[in-house]
Design a protein around this ligand. Structure first.
Ligand SMILES: Cc1cc2nc3c(=O)[nH]c(=O)nc-3n(C[C@H](O)[C@H](O)[C@H](O)COP(=O)(O)OP(=O)(O)OC[C@H]3O[C@@H](n4cnc5c(N)ncnc54)[C@H](O)[C@@H]3O)c2cc1C
Length: 509
C-alpha cells in the first residue's frame, strides 16, 4: 500500500469533488519507484470511477500525466508526488476534472491570453515546503492554456538528471530547457516573468491615498486592514505579499492558533485584506520616499504614488556572509533553506554557518539527511538555546568549530569547500564540502530609504510608541523597525499601532 489510511481517507473526500473524467497515462519500468507508482495508481482507480489509468511511454520513467479524456493538459509528475507534493497531485486531479482553480479571474484571463509554447520543468524535493506553490501555479497555467505544459521532477527519483543539470536547490524551474527561476514563486511572480508588466502610467494616474502601506508581510497586512476599516483610501504596495512567513514551515506561537504554516497564514492575510477596499499593488518594489505636498513613494518601474501618510513595513531578509564566492555559488552549493534544499545533499558533507537557534536547528535537521555537518560559529561559543545545543552535541555526525571567520566559498562550477581563519590562532583552514547553509540572522529592508527617516546603526527605522518615524506623516511597523523582538504577532500589533497612529495624524492635520 502506497497511501496510508489517513491520506487515503482525505483523498477519497477530495475525489468526491471531481467534476469530470480524468485519464492518467503512466510510464513505468521495473524499478522500485515505478512499482510504487503503479501501486498508487491501483489505489486511486479503486477510489473513483472517474479515473482511468493506462500505460504509456512518456519522456521520463517513472512518470505519469494527468489529462482530460482525449486532451493532453501538459501536466506530468516524474516521481511520486507524495510528501509536500501530495496536495499538488490532488489539485491537479480536481482541476483537470473541471474544478475551477482558486485564482483571481484577472489572473485566469492573463494566463488564457498567453500565446506561444511554454514547456516548464520544476525540480522539487518532497520535503520542500516552497516547492508546491510553484508546482501548483505551473499546473494551473497548464490546465488553463494548451500552449503551456509542466513537469514536476522529484530530484531524489531523478538524481542523475538533477546532478547533470546542476540542480542544487529546489524548486529549480526550467522553461523550454533553459533555467527560468528558483525558490518560492507565486503565480503572479511567474506571470510577471513571461508577460509584459503593467506600465508606470497605470500607477501614476492613481489618486493620492490617505494611507499607503509599503510592504505586504504580517505588519503591512495588519496596517492595511486597520486603515481600510476606518473607511479611508488605503493602498498597499508589496514586492512579495506574505513576507518572511512564506519561508516559514511550522508556526506554533501565533496566539489562538495552535499550529499553522507560513504560506497558509499568508493566504489568510491576503484574503483578509481583500475583504476591504484596499488597492493591492503586488510585485512592486519601492525605491525612494520623499515628502513634498504629499509623501511620495517611487516604484522601481518609475511610477510615483502619492499619499497623505505612509506606513513602512518592509521587514527583513536573510543576512549574507558577504565573502567571495557566496553570490557565485548561490543555489550551486550555497543555500539558505535547510528544509527545502537539505535532501539534495543526502549523503554529502555540508556546513552550517551560524550557531544561533536557526543555525543549530538547521544542523540538527541536516544531520538526519547528510553524511556530516560542520557548524561554524564566529564567536567562542554557540548562542542557541541549551536544549538545542544538547541535542546537537548528542549527534554522531556533527562537528562544531568556533572562532571562525569565513573567508571564501570555493569551487569551479559549483561549491567544493570553504576557507576560514581561526580567529584565535590566525591559522587559515579549508574544508571540503558540497553544501553550506547560511544561518546568520536578518537585515532590515530599509536601505532604499536613505536619510528620509532616521534609522539606527543596524539600519532599523526608529519609531515612537505610536509607530511614528522622524518624518511627520510617515509611520513604520514590524521587523524593519527598532522593535527589539521580531515575531509575527508583534509585527501585526505594531502594524495596528502604526495604522491607528496614521489615522490620528490625519484627523489632526
Ligand atoms: C525561517 C523563519 C521562521 C520564522 N518563524 C517564526 C515563528 O515561528 N513565529 C513568529 O512569530 N515569527 C517567526 N519568524 C519571524 C516572522 O516571520 C517575522 O517577524 C515577520 O514576518 C515580520 O513581519 P513584517 O511584516 O514586519 O516583515 P516581512 O515578513 O519581512 O514582510 C516584509 C514585506 O515587505 C516587502 N518589501 C520589502 N522591501 C520592499 C520594497 N522596497 N518595496 C516594496 N515591498 C517591499 C516584502 O516583499 C514583504 O511583503 C520567522 C522568520 C523566519 C525567517
Amino acid at each position: 500500500m502506497v497511501l496510508d489510511g489517513d491520506i487515503k481517507a482525505q483523498l477519497a473526500q477530495y475525489m468526491e469533488l471531481m467534476e469530470g473524467d480524468v485519464h492518467i497515462q503512466v510510464s513505468a519500468g521495473s524499478d522500485p519507484v515505478s512499482q510504487d507508482m503503479l501501486g498508487l495508481m491501483d489505489e486511486i482507480v479503486a477510489m473513483s470511477s472517474r479515473i482511468r489509468v493506462e500505460k504509456a511511454e512518456l519522456s521520463r520513467t517513472p512518470s505519469f500525466s494527468v489529462n482530460r479524456p482525449g486532451e493532453d493538459t501538459g501536466i506530468v509528475f516524474a516521481g511520486i508526488p507524495l510528501g509536500h507534493e501530495f496536495t499538488s497531485f490532488v489539485l491537479a486531479l480536481l482541476q483537470v476534472s473541471g474544478r475551477a482553480p482558486k485564482v483571481d479571474p484577472s489572473v485566469i484571463e492573463l494566463i488564457q491570453g498567453i500565446k506561444g509554447q511554454y514547456n516548464f520543468e520544476t525540480f522539487v524535493s518532497l520535503s520542500c515546503h516552497n516547492c508546491p506553490d510553484v508546482v501548483q501555479a505551473l499546473n494551473v497555467m497548464s490546465v488553463l492554456n494548451p500552449g503551456i505544459s509542466h513537469t514536476m521532477i522529484d530530484g531524489a527519483a531523478f538524481k542523475d538528471e538533477a546532478e547533470q543539470r546542476g540542480v542544487m536547490a529546489v524548486p529549480s524551474v526550467y522553461l523550454n530547457g533553459e533555467a527560468f527561476g528558483g525558490g518560492r514563486m507565486s503565480i503572479e511572480e511567474i506571470l510577471a516573468k513571461i508577460v509584459e508588466a503593467p506600465s508606470a502610467d497605470e500607477f501614476n494616474s492613481k489618486e493620492p491615498f490617505d494611507v499607503l502601506v509599503v510592504g505586504g508581510g504580517p505588519a503591512g497586512a495588519s496596517s492595511a486592514i486597520y486603515a481600510a476599516r476606518k473607511g479611508i483610501r488605503t493602498g498597499i504596495v508589496a514586492e512579495r505579499f506574505g513576507g518572511q512567513i512564506m519561508d516559514t514551515v511550522g508556526i506554533e506561537n501565533f496566539i489562538s492558533t495552535k499550529y499553522t504554516e507560513g504560506p497558509k497564514l499568508a493566504a489568510s492575510l491576503e484574503e483578509h485584506v481583500k475583504e476591504y477596499n484596499v488597492d493591492i499593488m503586488k510585485l512592486q518594489r519601492a525605491v525612494r520616499l520623499e515628502k513634498k505636498d504629499y509623501v511620495e513613494v517611487e516604484l522601481e518601474n518609475g511610477a510615483v504614488l502619492r499619499s497623505k501618510t505612509v506606513i513602512l513595513s518592509t521587514g527583513a531578509r536573510w543576512r549574507n556572509v558577504g565573502v567571495p564566492g557566496e553570490a557565485e555559488f548561490k543555489n550551486k552549493g550555497v543555500a539558505y533553506c535547510p528544509h527545502c534544499d537539505g535532501p539534495l545533499f543526502a549523503g554529502k558533507d555540508v556546513a552550517v554557518i551560524g550557531g544561533g537557534n536557526s543555525g543549530v536547528e538547521a544542523a540538527i535537521d541536516l544531520a538526519g539527511i547528510v553524511k556530516h555537518v560542520t557548524v561554524l560559529e564566529f564567536n567562542d561559543g554557540l548562542k542557541a538555546d541549551s536544549v538545542l545545543q544538547q541535542r546537537l552535541h548528542s549527534l554522531p555526525n556533527v562537528t562544531v568549530i568556533t572562532n571562525v571567520a569565513t573567508k571564501e566559498f570555493t569551487g569551479t562550477d559549483k561549491l567544493d569547500g570553504i576557507t576560514f581563519t581561526d580567529r584565535v590562532s590566525g591559522e587559515e583552514r579549508h574544508i571540503e564540502l558540497q553544501g553550506v547553509f547560511v544561518q546568520i540572522g536578518l537585515v532590515p529592508n530599509t536601505e532604499w530609504l536613505g536619510d528620509a527617516v532616521e534609522r539606527n546603526r543596524m539600519g532599523e527605522i526608529i519609531v515612537d510608541a505610536r509607530g511614528a518615524t522622524t518624518l511627520p506623516g510617515v509611520f513604520a511597523a514590524g521587523d524593519c523597525t527598532n522593535s527589539p523582538f521580531k515575531q509575527i504577532i508583534i509585527s501585526m500589533g505594531s502594524g495596528a499601532t502604526a495604522s491607528l497612529g496614521a489615522f490620528d495624524y490625519l484627523i489632526r492635520n
